[in-house]
Design a protein around this ligand. Structure first.
Ligand SMILES: [Cu+2]
Length: 150
């Protein structure tokens, strides 16, 4: 009997190790203007595993929903479009970055403060998920390329 309990526990441990997991660096959220209830989040993801990791969505306790967006230029206008899934290849990076793909927190539940950390959860196709923290940065007054997308 004791043997069965032990082997059950080992199975649980190995399941956890097999779940999709990404290395997250530099996760941040742009402090939105006070009138806005959306905020863009950026980060670099690395897949250290041997299988592709497919992100099928994201969520946050701070927002009604979190979308994955891409950007494309149409004429002189920069338009966002929704990404259904994002696949991170084995041993490859994927960047959500200013001026490119990003996460979009929609329906912020309260005003964000610079320096605050916001929980974001990535949801994977294998049913697992991963929590991360993004720090809120106030970029007002800085003239970078990303200013154009407001
Ligand atoms: Cu967006």
């Amino acid at each position: 009997m004791r043997f069965f309990v032990l082997s059950g526990m080992l199975a649980l441990v190995s399941l956890g190790a097999n779940a999709a997991e990404l290395e997250v660096t530099g996760a941040w959220l742009r402090l939105p203007p006070p009138v806005s209830d959306t905020a863009a989040a950026y980060m670099v993801l690395y897949n250290p595993g041997g299988k592709p990791v497919r992100i099928i969505g994201a969520s946050s306790d701070m927002a009604r929903s979190v979308k994955m967006h891409g950007l494309k230029v149409e004429g002189e206008v920069m338009n966002m479009f929704e990404l259904e899934t994002v696949a991170v290849a084995p041993h490859a990076f994927f960047a959500f970055s200013a001026g490119g793909n990003h996460l979009m927190l929609v329906g912020l539940k309260k005003p964000l403060q610079a320096g605050e950390e916001v929980n974001i959860t990535l949801h994977f196709a294998d049913g697992s998920h991963q929590r991360l923290k993004a720090i809120v940065r106030d970029m007002r007054g800085r003239h970078g390329s990303e200013q154009r997308y407001r």
